[in-house]
Design a protein. Structure first.
Lengths: 184, 1242
């Protein structure tokens, strides 16, 4: 079960973060206020925990991305490639770049969590933290989650009123994240 | 301690130097004392081989060691140092504290003082520009001191690097005149040496000790004699083991003074320990405090937001020791000349090359021999068996080897190789040893061998020419060694030494990742200082690795540990390093922690520069932090700001200047907090006011040059490109909403507005405003300006109060109009309209009238007519005698229909006005000035609606007495809302169907009027096709039909009414607009009504919700005539009326039910027989139209005339629609004897 979904912008700052604790808090009714008060400290702590997990996952993403880019060769404009002798080489490079695997796989595994990463071609990173349960999730399920998240993000980017790089505040995106977090 | 940072190689060489014992005779000692030095001090700065020397290893390989250095220790005064971890820890803390980082510049600022460099991190993606300190001097000093303290630990059995290898006997030439003296003195000294070796056998490397004789020339003896003594020694002990040192002690010598003084460093080095011992003597309590300080801070995770830094006792690092610094201006060896220095150096060189190295060469040969001998035996025998069985039997960690065992001898040999530059040989030996030790599970020996193997490997790779190195630097050796040191041996200090040296090697080899890993490995809970230093070094390694986030994280972790160790400025430095990365990246938890901690540390260190910025950053909303945490931030912020004596710009609470409202020419509004309901309503109707004003001015105040509507109200939605214009000395109001964005309550004090002409403008002061979390409240300020011209609202000033701190703040007024989008340029650029609400134009004084309404009822009924007065009063604050109000014009939309200005009362002889009526306005010429003046008016309420709105505009013309051409006008807008209601309210309590067309309703009527009786003239339905058939009232059985209406209700009376109505055309169902109406009027007199109205109630929902079971109505004709005369059983024909609501084909089936009762008592009961017949069949088919009634006849047999309850069961079926209804008709039928004269009804 996904407990935390985070979108990280180009400059490595979080632009969207939702964790289970917060979602729970929202869904809780007023009746539970008292017990909620008692757990508030815990909630803040877990949220901090997720913050930390995601932030440290960024380093691993960077390493993975570096490996990916070095495998695909020169990363910039193909025509500026020092060894690019002609258009053919450039095009091959470009093709490789385009087919770079966006899904980065499991980043870290802790006792309670597994962290998975995904990076779009525009360097937007998605991180999903998954709670370790008895039922292991298949790789395919995780890929599906990321694909869903990516398409939701694309929809968001298509919104002319969304300023790229600003923090995400969209009901639609929220709904997708909710569905991911509830495991549907 | 200005030193160049040591390179890895130099570090190793200086860390591992062989120790030489020194025994000096008292006479020799006193000779040296003349230079304020003792002998070890005298020679220590030169204890390094400065010439080429060589030796041969047992295999005949020639070794040219470079930079052999020695450490001289006077064993006369030497005592075994107590291994006191606490003391060492204090010394180290102190040493670090004395080397604080430079905190002068905030890291983000451009600083060029050479302490830091700008590094572009992660330049593939983004440019993190980070200022990184070039050197961490405190680390270097710590490392040096730490290694020195470590090297003083003697008696190790697992390594022999710090053991004494030789003994230097220092003898004055004056005390050995004869050879007896020589034997005597030397014998005495040898005894001391032997005693020492006996007492501390573990501090000498080899049993046979090299003795070297140094004769110091004494001036009291002439040179020949000294020379004689020297020669004696040479013959006695061999030329290679003796030397004579002649020091020219001559004050008058003109030789140049040594610059720099080589003993200075020595002095500084010793200072620290000296200070420390002094300090302990002076005050035994200070260190205790310090320890407490270290211990006291509980171990919180630095990432946890609640972690607070331990309140420190020591404010400035190393302050105490500074005050204790002893005067060290002793002239050290200044009387020594360069020649002397050269001579001393020569002694060392001679000692090393002639005596020490040959000695070592011999020892190596010996050791090697014995190793080969022993190994030859053991290898084949013991080791082999050990290999077979030993590994599984892990012996206790404290394996002790015999002094003469192969392992120890090999180790000694290895250490000698290592100390004297034969790194290749050393590496091989260590490499071999580690295997042996591993097999024996002798972990301490194993770790040490690993460590030295790694270092030898490094030295091999660094030597010139580089030796062939098989593999890369064995990092796994280092990790393994550290692991075993810590886990098996619990020798953290040994592990630290290994880490410190090996990380330097790794850094030299540019393997920063491994270096960082080792640094992080060395952090632990037990020592904050070491952990802090290690984390900081790890962070610096991450810089080299180009990974900014790790750098920042470890900086912060290091800062936290520094704070726990009580080193605040180091901590602050680290946090600032981390801040460079964390700032503005969106990781709020981390950012807040860093900002807050920096502020706390700055508070403690009393460096307020930039502290405001850090604290304000923690309060930026929205914040994910809990309210408790924000409260902590807020408290810290205010208590800090209370110490800074200036008014700061602050963004809490958020003052929404865009929602600023200005009200002009209204009097008597309360200032302070007010409840603002509808900001937008007022703005919407302003255009109609403007057009009214424009009409009136055009018609009544003739010379219109350029009409501009008067603006009395400014808000966000209105046009703000004109300046608010207010006459001088007149009160106007500014309203501002205050929003609290934080999750904690805010207390504001003394809120006021500040204008540029602050001494000419009076502004009310709002003493208090309490804002709950995320609450918005509006404040109204009254402003009076005595300055004519433009005044500009500059700032809002207020004070924030929290737990006793009251701190003043201000917010600058920033106003910007809406974004423009009309022209192409505006669409492409970002252009905003002007907003001039804060720039108020003050014009010359004008009279001000105020209008009130008197006598208007609080509520009106529809079409009610009410009399009221408009009361005009002069409200001018300061009199304007040269101006008069010449006319007043009352106007409103649709004025004829609603408001009428009444003609003057005849009783009043004199009137203030002469009246002229115009279209939609009434013009009153002022003839007399009196205040207040009443203008009587009449208002007629509209026929419908909930409220009546009276928007009356009063325009008054102002004439200057001396200048008729100067005309001005002002306006008063009166907006009155009066609730309207009908006089009668009606409700229904029940509605039901009597039959398929007739309904019964129970209604209740209320007379809402308090003062009047209401006459109900009619109750009717709309649509009007539905007719009311019967009507009766509950309270009076008969409705008294009056000429004007059907009933009269007294005041406050309510009445129940039963209403029967018929829906002939089936209009009731599915009619959404079905209402019951009550027409009423309130009579004022016989002919005149006060109010006429119509109350209605929508009953369509109630009607449609009636569950109608009546599709059909089945009914008997209730009298049947038959001739009973002839027989007892008479067959009567009974008529059954069937009425249907819908059209269709129905089959009607009759079943016989025996008549229940014979109602009449005239005949025998139950005479009717059981036969019902519809002409032979029991089912009839019938075609009916909707709402049509048809008759079917059936036969019924009765015996006697009388009243029968004939109750056949009738089933009506509609097969098309599948409707089936059954009735048992219990309708009494009278069967009567048909008289001959009366024909039976057909």
């Amino acid at each position: 079960m996904a407990v935390c979904v985070c979108v990280i912008g180009k400059d490595n700052g979080p632009i969207y973060m939702r964790s289970r604790s917060r979602a729970d808090e929202l869904s809780q009714t007023v009746e539970h206020n008292l017990s909620q008060m008692a757990f508030r400290g815990v909630t803040a702590n877990t949220e901090l925990q997720y913050n930390f997990i995601v932030s440290s996952a960024l380093d691993i993403i960077e390493e993975r991305a570096l490996v990916g880019s070095s495998a695909s060769g020169y990363k910039g404009n193909p025509s500026l490639h020092p060894s690019a002798s002609g258009g053919a080489v450039g095009s091959i490079d470009g093709q490789q770049l385009a087919t770079r695997e966006l899904y980065l796989g499991a980043l870290t595994a802790r006792e309670e969590y597994k962290v998975y990463g995904y990076m779009t071609n525009t360097k937007i990173k998605f991180v999903i933290v998954i709670e370790e349960t008895s039922i292991p999730l298949r790789e395919n399920d995780i890929r599906t989650m990321f694909r869903k998240l990516h398409s939701a993000f694309c929809d968001l980017m298509s919104n002319p009123f969304y300023l790229p790089g600003s923090s995400i505040n969209s009901k639609r995106f929220d709904a997708v994240v909710t569905s991911i977090m509830s495991g549907q | 301690m200005e030193e160049v940072p040591l390179k890895a190689k130099d570090l190793i060489l200086s860390s591992f130097s062989s120790r030489v014992a020194v025994i000096s005779s008292t006479t020799a000692d006193s000779l040296i004392r003349q230079h304020n030095l003792n002998f070890t001090q005298l020679i220590q700065p030169f204890a390094r081989l400065s010439t080429e020397a060589s030796w041969q290893d047992p295999n005949g390989l020639l070794i040219w060691p470079k930079d052999i250095s020695l450490t001289f220790v006077d064993i006369g005064s030497w005592k075994k140092p107590e291994v006191d971890a606490q003391r060492n820890r204090r010394i180290l803390t102190n040493i670090v504290g004395q080397n604080p980082p430079t905190l002068s510049a905030i890291p983000s600022a451009e600083s060029s003082n050479g302490d830091s460099k700008t590094v572009e991190l992660n330049n593939k993606d983004l440019d993190y520009q980070v200022q990184v300190p070039v050197r961490t001097t405190w680390y270097e000093v710590w490392r040096k001191t730490f290694l020195k303290l470590q090297s003083e630990v003697v008696g190790n059995q697992h390594e022999f690097l710090n053991h004494f290898v030789a003994c230097l006997l220092v003898i004055s030439s004056s005390e050995v005149k004869s050879s007896e003296d020589v034997a005597n003195v030397v014998g005495k000294m040898s005894k001391i040496q032997q005693q020492h070796q006996y007492d501390h056998p573990n501090s000498w490397m080899l049993p046979s000790v090299l003795k070297y004789y140094l004769i110091i020339h004494d001036k009291s003896v002439n040179e020949q004699e000294s020379e004689q003594v020297y020669q004696n020694f040479r013959t006695m002990y061999g030329g290679n083991f003796c030397h004579m040192l002649k020091l020219v002690v001559d004050e008058a010598s003109d030789t140049e003074i040594l610059v720099p003084n080589p003993w200075k460093i020595l002095l500084l080095d010793q200072e620290d320990s000296l200070i420390f011992s002094k300090r302990e003597e002076i005050d035994g309590k200070v260190p205790v405090d310090e320890i407490e300080n270290i211990v006291q801070s509980d171990l919180l995770h630095p990432l946890s937001p609640d972690s607070e830094n331990p309140p420190s006792v020591i404010s400035q690092n190393g302050d105490i020791s500074n005050s204790l610094k002893i005067p060290c201006n002793m002239e050290l060896g200044t009387s020594l000349t360069i020649q002397d220095v050269r001579r001393i150096q020569l002694v060392i060189n001679e000692f090393i090359s002639k005596a020490l190295l040959p000695y070592m060469e011999r020892q190596c040969r010996n050791l090697n021999e014995s190793i080969v001998n022993r190994r030859g035996m053991s290898k084949s025998f013991f080791s082999a068996t050990k290999r077979l069985f030993g590994t599984s039997a892990k012996s206790a960690p404290s394996v002790v080897y015999a002094t003469e065992s192969v392992e120890i001898l090999s180790r000694k040999l290895g250490d000698i190789y290592f100390l004297y530059g034969h790194y290749g040989g050393a590496y091989q030996l260590y490499h071999q040893l580690k295997k042996d030790f591993y097999g024996d599970a002798a972990w301490l020996y194993y770790s040490s061998a690993l460590e030295l193997a790694a270092i030898s490997h490094f030295m091999m790779s660094q030597s010139e020419p580089p030796l062939a190195v098989a593999r890369a630097f064995p990092v796994h050796y280092v990790n393994d060694a550290i692991g075993h040191y810590i886990d098996q041996c619990r020798m953290v200090d040994a592990a630290t030494r290994c880490a410190v040296i090996c990380t330097e090697c790794l850094k030299h080899l540019e393997n920063n990742a491994e270096a960082a890993a080792i640094f992080i490995r060395m952090t632990s809970e037990d020592c904050d200082l070491r952990s802090a230093l290690m984390l900081e070094q790890a962070a610096n390694s991450f810089v080299e690795m180009d990974s900014p986030r790790k750098y920042a994280l470890h900086c912060v972790l290091a800062g936290y540990r520094y704070a726990k160790a009580g080193l605040k400025s180091h901590s602050l430095n680290c946090y600032r390093q981390g801040y460079q990365i964390y700032n503005g990246k969106g990781w709020r938890y981390a950012e807040d922690h860093v900002n807050f901690t920096i502020a706390r540390l700055q508070n403690i260190l009393q460096t307020p520069e930039g502290i405001t910025k850090h604290l304000m950053a923690t309060l930026v909303a929205p914040s994910p932090q809990s309210s408790q945490q924000i409260q902590i931030f807020y408290k810290e912020f205010l208590s800090t700001m209370a110490n800074i004596k200036s008014v700061h710009e602050f963004f809490v609470p958020q003052i929404k200047f865009v929602d600023m409202q200005i009200r002009i020419a209204v009097a008597g509004l309360p200032t302070g907090e007010f409840h603002c309901s509808n900001y937008d309503d007022i703005g919407a109707s302003s255009t109609s006011w403007d057009s009214l004003e424009s009409n009136v001015v055009r018609e009544c105040i003739k010379p219109v040059i350029k009409f501009k509507p008067t603006r009395l109200f400014f808000s966000r939605l209105l046009d703000n490109t004109v300046h608010p214009t207010v006459p001088c000395d007149e009160q106007f109001f500014i309203e501002l909403p205050f929003y609290n964005p934080l999750k904690i309550p805010l207390g504001l004090r003394n809120i006021t507005l500040k204008f540029d002409y602050s001494d000419m403008v009076e502004v009310t002061l709002v003493p208090n405003l309490e804002l709950e979390p995320e609450e918005s409240k509006s404040l109204r300020f009254s402003v009076i300006s005595h300055h004519v011209g433009m005044i500009i609202l500059e700032t809002v000033n207020y004070e924030l109060e929290f737990s006793g701190n009251i701190v003043p703040f201000q917010q600058t007024v920033v106003l910007r109009g809406p974004r423009l989008n009309n022209t192409k340029a505006e669409r492409f650029g970002k252009l905003y309209a002007k907003d001039l609400r804060n720039k108020i134009v003050i014009i010359n004084k004008l009279p001000l009238l105020q209008a009130n309404v008197e006598g208007l009822p609080n509520a009106l009924f529809h079409t009610q007519i009410a009399n009221f007065d408009i009361v005009l009063s002069d409200n001018t604050k300061s009199k304007t005698p040269d101006m008069t109000v010449s006319q007043v014009i009352i106007t409103m939309d649709n004025m004829e229909r609603a408001v009428q200005v009444l003609p003057e009362q005849t009783s009043e002889t004199s009137s203030a006005f002469s009246k002229t009526n115009g279209k939609n306005f009434t013009r009153l010429k002022c003839e007399k000035n009196e205040s207040p003046t009443k203008i009587p008016c009449v208002f007629k309420a509209p026929q419908a609606g909930d409220t009546a709105e009276l928007d009356i505009l009063l325009v008054y013309e102002i004439l200057h007495n001396n200048d008729v051409s100067k005309k001005a006008h002002r306006v008063i807008r009166m907006s009155i809302q009066i609730p309207l209601s009908p006089a009668v309210h009606l409700e229904y309590s029940s509605l039901k169907m009597l039959d398929c067309i007739t309904y019964l309703g129970l209604m209740r009527l209320y007379n809402l009027t308090v003062d009047y009786s209401v006459i109900i003239s009619k109750i009717f339905f709309s649509p009007s096709d539905i007719e009311v058939t019967e009507l009766c009232s509950s309270s009076h059985p008969e409705v008294k039909i009056e000429e004007a209406g059907i009933m009269k209700m007294n005041k406050n009376e309510s009445r129940n009414i039963v209403l029967k109505f018929r829906d002939q055309k089936n209009l009731l169902k599915d009619n959404q607009r079905l209402t019951i109406n009550v027409a009423w009027h309130i009579a004022k007199s016989a002919t005149e009504n006060l109010a006429v109205g119509n109350s209605e109630i929508n009953v369509s929902e109630a009607i449609s919700s009636i569950q109608s079971s009546f599709v059909f109505q089945v009914k008997h004709v209730n009298k049947v005539y038959a001739d009973f005369g002839e027989s007892t059983n008479c067959t009567c024909e009974v008529e059954l009326l069937i009425h249907s609501k819908t059209s269709g084909n129905f089959s009607i089936q009759l079943e016989y039910n025996p008549p229940k009762n014979d109602i009449t008592l005239t005949g025998p009961s139950t005479r009717a027989s059981g036969q019902v017949s519809l002409g032979g069949v029991t089912t009839a088919l019938l075609e009916l139209q909707a709402l049509q009634t048809k008759t079917i006849k059936y036969l019924f047999i009765v015996a006697w005339p009388g009243v029968y309850n004939a109750a056949p069961k009738i089933t009506v079926m509609d097969e098309e629609r599948g409707v089936q209804e059954s009735y048992s008709l219990h309708s009494p039928i009278i069967f009567a004897q048909a008289l001959s004269s009366v024909p039976s009804s057909s």
